[in-house]
Ligand binder design. Structure first.
Ligand code: ADP
Ligand code: MG
Length: 606
């Protein structure tokens, strides 16, 4: 796929004039929804639209949580309940004004999300969905059984919303507020997704090992998504309480939590506007079905649930990306306007002097149960050198590599980097110290552009969090990050491909992308795991050229490779491993002359 060329310093290929109108679609939609009350629309549709706005607010949280972070929550309705019950109780019992009940509801939801998240998000994938089910059931049970929350009858007689002396009622004025909040939330989530925190979140979804190696705390990223989703749900609940004038347990039951999930899956999980589409379709259709189905079937009951079940199966089979994906396919989103010309460079770490002993690996050992994968291996890397770790498949190279980068815990041994012990630090801490890596099996985020993928490498050199991104206070730093990403891509000769989705690249360029991403972290030492694996001859030669050039620029490299020929013309020193043991360390010439090494490789070939 060819991307039209962009002026230097921007991410925006000159837009075709036919695309320009698309920029106005979102603002026009916003204007329409905000202006709806002024149009001749019946009260029924105004109230439907209020429900849709509140539903979309909850769904926006799920877009972030499920669509982007890959975490499933069945408990969003319970967070809505927290917001609604807090508003109801504090209004009725203590006469608190709405802004205070909003603050209280949001704080409670944050506290609950932090607690649930802290318990489950460090564990593997399935604990969060289970915990949110438990949370949804427990909260519903609590609401239905506490006297002071009115049990099944709930709390009645909540006055309509009054803000700054203005009575918003439950109709057109409230519609304006609900949609203003929903649209602002959509804007905030959109901004978040196009930011350092958003890229980190996508990286976490792609696999924690890559995210952590880039310095992202996957735990914090997930917690941020979970808390944000809870806050959006609690705000929806707050609106709901004043809109209905009454709260009771049923709208916050587990079934509703599943319905919110259904909305985002239907609309397009991971798509901001899919949240609105899903909320609208489910609301309108379920309303019609509630009237229609009992008439058709001759008895009353919640038959729409059955229809939704069937629809869900059909959506998952025929449109797994949801309804919004049809819109996007037909009218692809216009390219993002981005411009980083003249952005000051990011701070760089002090570089080691050429020849300084950078990395000292001392008798590292790794046992996998009974298997001794790395047997007391020692070697060193000096600044400015290319050191190659070679050996037949299964020799323990990747394992050694993972011990150095902290991706695996050592059984014993020591690893010192720039004179400080790093053995036992997690991969994120080791990345902070200045070691960056690529992966034997390429790990990138296919739907992000090449440039955005490389910008992820600058994570540790930047600071803006989710809140700053939502308020667009992160732009100066973003410009710096993109300038850095472009610089690193230019360095490895890939500037021409920066606007492409990374998923469109062939394997060779994907490996180069990983190198650029690692370089964007300004490492003192770069570790490459089988960078030439799976490459064609031409791509190999290009890669060797890039690595030579990097050494010329003072980059220190440790690379793992099983192809001896690739490293011989490239490395300054070679470390040979076989069956977990170090066979020999020396110059390429010494290694080539060694009968033991030859035997090892011949043994492998026959
Ligand atoms: P190389 O990268 O040199 O091909 P590895 O370091 O991947 O070799 O593997 C060395 C040995 O350790 C192999 O026998 C491999 O099967 C084993 N091994 C690697 N990772 C694990 C693991 N996570 N659990 C158990 N055994 C492993
Ligand atoms: Mg390997």
């Amino acid at each position: 796929m060819d991307t039209p060329s962009a002026p230097p310093g921007t991410d925006t290929p000159a837009p075709a004039t036919t695309q320009r109108w698309r920029r106005w679609v979102a603002p026009a939609f916003a204007l329409l929804m905000l202006g709806l009350p002024a149009l001749p629309v019946s009260d029924f549709w105004i109230s439907q639209s209020i429900y849709i706005g509140m539903g979309a607010l909850v769904c926006l949280g799920l877009v972030l949580l499920t669509g982007v972070a890959g975490l499933t929550s069945f408990g969003q309705a319970a967070f809505v309940g927290v917001g609604a019950y807090t508003a109801a109780k504090l209004t009725l019992a203590f006469g608190w004004p709405p802004l205070l009940t909003l603050a209280a509801g949001v704080l409670l939801a944050v506290a609950a999300a932090l607690l649930l998240g802290a318990i489950t998000l460090r564990m593997s994938g399935h604990y969060l969905p289970l915990a949110t089910i438990a949370w949804g059931l427990a909260l519903n049970y609590t609401m239905a059984n506490l006297d002071w929350l009115g049990k099944y009858d709930g709390l009645l007689g909540i006055p309509a919303l009054t803000l700054f002396g203005l009575d918003l009622g439950t109709g057109r004025a409230l519609h304006l507020l609900v949609w203003a909040i929903a649209l602002l939330a959509a804007l905030a989530v959109t901004r978040l997704l196009d930011s350092r925190a958003g890229r980190a979140l996508r990286a976490v979804n792609g696999g924690a090992s890559m995210a952590e190696a880039m310095g992202v705390s996957s735990f914090r990223a997930k917690l941020m998504a979970f808390v944000t989703a809870a806050v959006l749900a609690a705000i929806a609940g707050w609106l709901f309480a004043y809109f209905q004038g009454t709260v009771n347990p049923s709208p916050f039951a587990l079934a509703k939590g599943i319905e919110y999930l259904f909305m985002v899956v239907l609309g397009g999980v991971g798509q901001v506007w899919g949240a609105f589409l899903g909320a609208a379709v489910v609301r309108v259709v379920s309303d019609q079905l509630q009237v229609l189905l009992p008439r058709l079937l001759g008895t009353s009951g919640n038959f729409e649930i059955i229809v939704f079940g069937i629809v869900l199966v059909a959506v998952l089979k025929y449109a797994p990306d949801g309804l919004w994906s049809f819109v996007v396919r037909r009218w692809p989103a216009p390219p993002r306007r981005r411009d980083w010309g003249g952005a000051p460079p990011l701070a760089q770490r002090p570089k080691p002097a050429r020849g300084e002993l950078l990395l000292e690996v001392t008798a590292v050992r790794k046992e996998f149960g009974g298997l001794l994968a790395v047997n007391d291996v020692s070697f060193g890397v000096r600044a400015g050198d290319i050191v190659a770790l070679i050996g037949p498949n299964g020799a323990g190279k990747s394992t050694t590599f993972n011990l150095v980068t902290g991706a695996l815990a050592l059984t014993r041994g020591g690893v010192r980097f720039r004179g400080r012990e790093i053995a036992g630090l997690g991969s994120r801490r080791i990345a902070q110290r200045g070691i960056s890596r690529t992966f034997q099996h390429v790990k990138l985020i296919p739907e992000m552009t090449v440039l955005e993928n490389v910008a992820l490498g600058g994570h540790l050199r930047s600071h803006a969090g989710a809140l700053r991104a939502m308020l667009r206070l992160d732009r100066a730093e973003e410009r710096q990050l993109f300038a850095e990403a472009e610089r690193q891509l230019a360095r490895i000769g890939m500037a021409g491909q920066m606007h492409q989705p990374a998923g469109n690249l062939a394997l060779g360029p994907q490996r180069l992308l990983e190198i650029a991403r690692a370089l964007a972290s300004d490492p003192a030492l770069l570790l490459l795991d089988e960078p030439a694996a799976g490459l064609r001859l031409q791509e190999r030669q290009a890669l060797a050229g890039v690595l030579r050039q990097l050494r010329g620029e003072g980059v220190s490299l440790l690379l793992v490779e099983h192809d001896m020929d690739f490293v011989m013309g490239l490395a300054d020193r070679v470390v040979v491993m076989e069956f977990g043991t170090l066979l020999l360390e020396g110059t390429p010439a010494e290694v080539q002359a060694s009968p033991t090494v030859r035997a090892a490789y011949l043994g492998m070939e026959h």
